[in-house]
Structure formats: structure tokens, C-alpha cells
Design a protein around this ligand. Structure first.
Ligand code: SF4
Length: 255
């Protein structure tokens, strides 16, 4: 455990189609998922409120249909298809990335490219696998052109879907993969380095019953380019595993 994990790209397992942004994921000068154009305008408050209320009542099937037809931001213009996310809808673990990459956009599945394979390896390192107690979603459901990072307005427009996914899942732990995902959930523009090592709560502030713990780590696409940081990601995964154990322990009814 003191050693860097031997994460290797693996052949895709049968399970899951998880979300991911393709090879465009990057961290620092992060050029997250896809390309660029995009002029997404934030939805008006009135429209947003009505839309958000409607989305907040959707079940998984309705969410899938609505996302597929969504045109709430400019990312709809160049997508092949929207990618809601995939995995176990009863999962304790929720991993959130940035947005679909080219391969995800083509296949309609998240995290299916090299970054997705690395994510598989990361999950395996903590005895998880996609589709089995794990759900993966993205901050935006449509591929940003050029694998660029989603803009704030795009993440705001797509936020009701992610919010509904979290409400339906009720995960015990949320792992934010990369800066864009962190910013989408935390509204925090801090660097990834400043966000790592902290435990956040969803929602923030937590309600009376407490919130869902969240932590931030590197996006697999970034790790593909920055191998030395794999050791830090391993630290984050170990902390995530400890937080999950704690969450499950806290949930045990006292006897
Ligand atoms: S990214 Fe989200 S808000 Fe924008 S068009 Fe796609 S589904 Fe709609």
C-alpha cells in the first residue's frame, strides 16, 4: 500500500457503461472533455425554475428521455447523443467526471475510452467495478466540442440532471473526478490541489440529517498524462474507502 498502485489499462469489463470524457480529459490546464464552441446561455430564472421542478420529479426513465432531447445549452448542437451516466442505480458509490469525450459521444456510454479503462483499474484497486455498487455520471451530459472544459453556464444548465441523479441514487459517498466536476458540485474555483484531502458535504451546508460526504481526486484522463500523480490519486482512493467504511458504520442501527 505504500507503493504506487500498478494501475494498468484493462480490457473493458462486461459491466458498465460509465460516463467519462474521453481522451480529452486533462487536469491542470484542464481541457476536459471535448471541444469548444459553445455559447451556452444560462437558463433564465423563470425557465430554469419550471424546468428544474420538472426534472426534480423524474424517474430514471424520464431522465433518460429528457436528457436525450435536451437543448438547454449550446452543447446540444454538436453532440451525437447525450450520455446520462451508467451503473448500478442502487449504488453506494457515485463517481462524477466532467463530460463525455469523443468515444463516449459516439457510443452513448460514459468512460469507455482510455480514461475509462484507467478508471476501471482505479476501481479495481479498491475492490470495486463499474455497474456493481458503482454509478458514474458527468457534470454535463453532452460532449463539449474539442474536448474542452465545460463552461460554467453549461454546467449550470445541466446541474438539474446531476442533482436528480444524486437524489435518485442517494449514494453514501461521492467522488469528484477532476476540477470541473469539483466546481460543478462545490461551486468552488479553487485548484484541485487545494480541494484534495478535504471532505465536503452534499448538499452544502448539510441538512439536519447530515449530507453525503464528497471528496475530490484527479480525473483519470489527467492521470494518463501525469503518471507521478497516480500515487496521490491512490491516497485519495484509500481515503474514499475509509470514508465509505465510516459512512456504512454510521448507518448501522444501534442495538
Ligand atoms: S449538456 Fe446538459 S443542459 Fe446542455 S444540452 Fe446536454 S443535457 Fe442539456
Amino acid at each position: 500500500m505504500g507503493l504506487s498502485p500498478q494501475w494498468q489499462l484493462r480490457e473493458r469489463t462486461s459491466m458498465a457503461r460509465l460516463p467519462d470524457r474521453g481522451a480529452g480529459d486533462t487536469e491542470p490546464p484542464r481541457v476536459a472533455t471535448t471541444p469548444v464552441p459553445m455559447v451556452a446561455e444560462a437558463p433564465s430564472l423563470a425557465t430554469g425554475t419550471v424546468r428544474e421542478q420538472a426534472i426534480a420529479r423524474m424517474d430514471w426513465a424520464a431522465l433518460q428521455r429528457d436528457v436525450a432531447a435536451c437543448r438547454a445549452c449550446g452543447l446540444c448542437q454538436q453532440r451525437r447523443q447525450a450520455v446520462l451516466g451508467v451503473g448500478d442505480t442502487g449504488a453506494d458509490w457515485l463517481f462524477i467526471g466532467e463530460g463525455p469525450g469523443a468515444e463516449e459521444d459516439a457510443r452513448g456510454e460514459p468512460f469507455v475510452g482510455p480514461a475509462g479503462k484507467l478508471l476501471d483499474a482505479m476501481l479495481a484497486a479498491i475492490d470495486l467495478r463499474r455497474g456493481d455498487d458503482v454509478y458514474i455520471a458527468n457534470a454535463v451530459k453532452c460532449r463539449p466540442p474539442g474536448n474542452r472544459t465545460p463552461e460554467s453556464a453549461e454546467m449550470v444548465a445541466c446541474a438539474p440532471y446531476l442533482k436528480r441523479q444524486i437524489a435518485l441514487l442517494q449514494p453514501r459517498l461521492i467522488v469528484l473526478l477532476g476540477r470541473a466536476a469539483a466546481h460543478a458540485l462545490l461551486g468552488n474555483q479553487g485548484s484541485l490541489a487545494s480541494l484534495r484531502g478535504q471532505t465536503f458535504s452534499y448538499p452544502e451546508p448539510a441538512g439536519e440529517s447530515g449530507g453525503i460526504p464528497m471528496l475530490v481526486t484527479y480525473h483519470p484522463a489527467y492521470l494518463l498524462r501525469t503518471l507521478p500523480d497516480k500515487a496521490k490519486a491512490w491516497e485519495d482512493l484509500c481515503r474514499a474507502r475509509a470514508l465509505m467504511r465510516q459512512a456504512k458504520s454510521n448507518a448501522r442501527p444501534s442495538v
